[in-house]
Write a protein that binds this ligand. Structure first.
Ligand SMILES: [Zn+2]
Ligand SMILES: [Zn+2]
Length: 60
């Protein structure tokens, strides 16, 4: 509710990594903006959603 992409995330967009995980480069994914971001915080500066820091489902 109230979370929406304002385009701010574009400013924090992480570099594209040709091969390998972007998570390894400290990039975090915002599921709402569908972007990988390079930000120090755990929340998206754009929509405020909690960012994903691990590859999906890959956890033991
Ligand atoms: Zn956004
Ligand atoms: Zn976002």
């Amino acid at each position: 509710m109230g979370f929406s992409c304002k385009g701010v995330c574009e400013d924090f967009r992480g570099e594209s990594i040709p091969n390998g995980s972007r998570y390894n480069y400290g990039q975090k994914r915002c599921s709402l903006c569908s972007l990988f971001l390079t930000v120090p915080s755990v929340r998206c500066p754009c929509c405020g959603a909690v960012l994903r820091t691990n590859p999906r489902g890959k956890r033991r």
